[in-house]
Every structure is written in structure tokens, then in C-alpha cells.
Design a protein around this ligand. Structure first.
Ligand code: GSH
Length: 213
């Protein structure tokens, strides 16, 4: 097991884990214990009004001893992945690609989020999801398919890194909300389909996913 942690991850209770999901996957994959805290109803608004959060948003990672606090999903992803030994790159170029892939797939997440949380009518949402399925998603799927076309097991080589877990999280969410939880959207992307299989069959990830059922 990795170094014991006094870290608390605070987030909303949302189906699928939302922005906290890739962070939870990093704790799982690195075998790092942490305080996985979900706000009770109304608690976030109360704490936010009291100024408990640096930027008034969640997820928030807090060191329970020092009260050091970190916000922004990707900042938390990169901090935990580096601190607990998941992200170990032999070059600045790979370390930078790791961030580039994560930032890129978060653009896809933002596009989906605008449809899901944008407040449009059911018709607006259906049109938004169709545009994502027909135009936005294929652009990202094709890009990651190409990145995975070589001999590498994962996006940055044969070791899993935080970019893999972010891509896995966002595509998993997209599958649920845009593609009716159907794997068919991967049929034209064999490398990505194989990549998904490799992520879910990692023992600690598999155990974590099983614990959610
Ligand atoms: N870019 C930020 C966005 C964080 C964000 O939008 N958090 C939402 C929940 S998903 C939130 O805290 N909403 C409540 C609020 O803004 O009052 C990140 O990735 O952490």
C-alpha cells in the first residue's frame, strides 16, 4: 500500500462520481487510503457561504492536518498522481503530453456538461446530444484512437498514468449520457475499446468499480 494519507476529498453525491471520479480512481489504483467525503444535502451551500472553499467550488482536496486546500479537478488529479507514484515520466515531453491529453478530454467533458446542465428543453438536449454524438465525440475518439495506435499499452507508454484515468472517466460518462450506456460507440475504435478493457481489468480499479455496484 502507498503512503498513508491524511487527505480528504470533498464532493457532491452524484451518479457516476462526476469530477471526483478520476481522483477516486487514482487513490484506488495507487492503493492510497483517503477520506472520501460526500456533502450532505445543503451542506455545500452552507460551507460555501461561510467561505470554507478557496474558490467556492468542488471537488476540494484538503490535508486534514495542515488544512491546506487544493481545488480544480486537474490540479487534484496531477497532485495525487504525482504524490502517490502514478505519474512518473522520464521526460518533460511525456509529462506535458499527460497534461495535454487530460486538458483535451476535459474540453469534451465541458461540451457534454453544457448540454446536461445547460437548462435547455428536452428537445434542446436531444439536439445537443446528437451534435456531440455526430461531431464532437468522433473528433476526440479519433484523436485518442490514433494516439493508441502504436505498441503502447496506455496513452503515455506501458505504464498507466493520470491521463488514462481521466480519458477513461470522461468517455465512460459520455457513454452513459450521450450513447445510452451502449458500447457500440467504440465499434469503430478498436484501440480505444482495448484500452478500456485494460483499464477495467487492473485489479485495484476492478475492485474499486465492483465496490460501486
Ligand atoms: N473547473 C472546475 C469546475 C468545478 C465546478 O464547476 N464544480 C461544480 C460542481 S461540478 C460546483 O462546485 N458547483 C457549485 C457552485 O459553483 O456553487 C474543476 O474542474 O474543478
Amino acid at each position: 500500500m502507498a503512503e498513508a494519507s491524511n487527505l480528504k476529498l470533498s464532493y457532491f453525491k452524484v451518479a457516476g462520481g462526476g469530477r471526483a471520479f478520476p481522483i477516486r480512481l487514482i487513490f484506488a489504483e495507487t492503493g492510497t487510503p483517503f477520506n472520501d467525503y460526500e456533502f450532505a444535502d445543503g451542506e455545500f451551500a452552507k460551507l460555501k457561504a461561510e467561505g470554507a472553499f478557496t474558490f467556492g467550488q468542488a471537488p476540494v482536496l484538503t490535508n486534514e492536518d495542515t488544512k491546506w486546500q487544493l481545488t480544480q479537478t486537474l490540479a487534484i488529479v496531477w497532485y495525487t498522481a504525482e504524490k502517490f507514484g502514478l505519474d512518473k515520466f522520464s521526460s518533460l515531453e511525456d509529462a506535458s503530453l499527460n497534461k495535454s491529453y487530460a486538458l483535451s478530454v476535459m474540453d469534451l467533458q465541458a461540451a457534454i456538461g453544457r448540454v446536461v446542465y445547460g437548462g435547455g428543453s428536452d428537445e434542446d438536449k436531444a439536439a445537443g446530444f446528437k451534435k456531440i454524438a455526430d461531431e464532437t465525440a468522433p473528433r476526440f475518439l479519433a484523436a485518442f484512437e490514433k494516439i493508441l495506435s502504436g505498441e503502447n499499452q496506455f496513452l503515455l507508454g506501458d505504464n498507466i498514468s493520470s491521463a488514462d484515468l481521466i480519458v477513461f472517466s470522461v468517455f465512460g460518462w459520455m457513454k452513459k449520457v450521450v450513447f445510452n450506456d451502449d458500447d457500440k460507440f467504440l465499434s469503430a475504435y478498436p484501440n480505444l475499446a482495448a484500452f478500456f478493457g485494460k483499464v477495467v481489468s487492473r485489479p485495484k480499479i476492478a475492485a474499486y468499480l465492483a465496490s460501486l455496484k
